[in-house]
Design a binder for this molecule. Structure first.
Ligand SMILES: *Cc1c(COP(=O)(O)O)cnc(C)c1O
Length: 345
């Protein structure tokens, strides 16, 4: 095989999930699985997480939520928060997918679909707590809540949650967002609602800012072992995936390795160190389907080079590579193309 492989560890995934759960308890983990489980592949990850006792799954859009739902038994909850088409809303209602609602227009469409189908939608109302990226502005919140409450009294929906998303840009901004969030929860209660599920935080804030956690924490990155860019290492969390490629040729002092930009490797990563059988070596040049790595004595075709991973061959993490080119670890993983074979071990 001359092609690269993303080798993914079920065991490490479980260990990360357990470390996250220990850290955030009594807040409950919602495992976020957008972008095909951050490039790791959705199907195996849903099954593994459900076996590990994860009870909440976040799918971003309804098609992803339905893929998650199909892999689960009835007990678990699936949440989709992208504004969706009427057809998708209907599918979500038929398959017990909870919906995140961030605009009055979307709320009305969900109510209309629920009435048409004779179903009660489970909704989580979203306040815009400062991010300005989907969510109802505080000035419009009371009117929005009043509409939702009327529909709730008529049996078209159930307000099960209130949520928002943080910028994680600074503690002060996140504190201010939490105030807006808690005021929004109070407003729902004053209007006669009884939302049980409150969620505000993703990986970094859930881990580092316990006082911001709600009853649920929506976490993707840390469960896959992707730490924050420019953030510290995390106790008990390691990357679950290693990207390896074989030596396919030898050119003087250099090893030619079977991976390149066609596999989704950003060519700006040339100059980083990658793992080899003798430890870290310079990745000199990234071509389209092959790359040049500074060689080692006795190197052989077929030996494996690790571009990123947990460090077993001296390689760096995806986040450490991302930091070199001003992005985040998630981006390195989700850019990998289908040319890279996913192997779950
Ligand atoms: C992606 C996402 C998350 C998870 O973020 P991580 O930093 O990967 O944990 C949580 N909530 C929302 C709304 C998201 O889009």
């Amino acid at each position: 095989m001359s092609r690269p492989i993303l080798r993914i560890s079920r065991g490490q995934f479980r260990e990360n999930i357990a470390a996250v759960q220990r850290r955030i308890t009594p807040s409950v983990l919602m495992l976020v699985m957008k972008d095909d489980a951050y490039g790791h592949g959705l199907g195996w990850a849903v099954e593994e997480a459900a076996e590990a006792g994860v009870s909440w799954f976040g799918g971003y859009d309804v098609p992803t939520a339905l893929r998650i739902r199909r892999a689960l038994s009835v007990g678990e909850r699936v949440f989709a928060w992208a504004t969706s088409t009427d057809g998708e809303i209907a599918e979500a209602l038929m398959h017990e997918v909870d919906l995140g609602i961030g605009t009055a227009e979307y709320l009305r469409r969900v109510i209309a679909r629920a009435r048409a189908l004779g179903r009660r939608a489970r909704v989580h109302l979203k306040i815009d707590s400062g991010l300005r990226r989907n969510g109802v502005l505080p000035a419009d919140w009371d009117a929005f809540v009043a509409e939702a409450r009327t529909a709730e009294d008529e049996g078209a929906l159930e307000i099960v949650g209130v949520w928002s998303h943080l910028s994680e840009a600074s503690d002060a901004e996140d504190d201010a967002s939490q105030e807006v969030f808690l005021a929004a929860v109070d407003a729902v209660r004053r209007a006669g609602g009884a939302p049980e599920l409150l969620h505000l935080t993703a990986s970094a804030a859930s881990w580092w800012r316990p006082e911001l956690r709600g009853s649920i924490s929506r976490i993707g990155a840390f469960c896959y072992g992707i730490r924050s860019a420019d953030g510290p290492e995390l106790d008990g969390i390691r990357p679950i995936a290693a990207l390896t490629a074989p030596v396919v040729g030898i050119d003087g002092e250099d090893a030619i390795v079977g991976i390149g930009s066609f596999d989704g490797l950003p060519s700006s990563l040339s100059g980083v160190e990658v793992g080899t059988p003798v430890g870290p070596r310079l990745l000199r040049v990234i071509g389209q389907t092959t790359s040049v790595v500074a060689g080692w004595s006795g190197m052989q075709r077929g030996e494996q080079v690790t571009v990123f991973g947990p460090g077993e061959q001296g390689e760096q993490s995806a986040t450490a590579l991302a930091e070199r080119i001003g992005t985040v670890g998630e981006e390195i993983l989700t850019r990998l193309t289908p040319r890279v074979r996913r192997v779950i071990v």
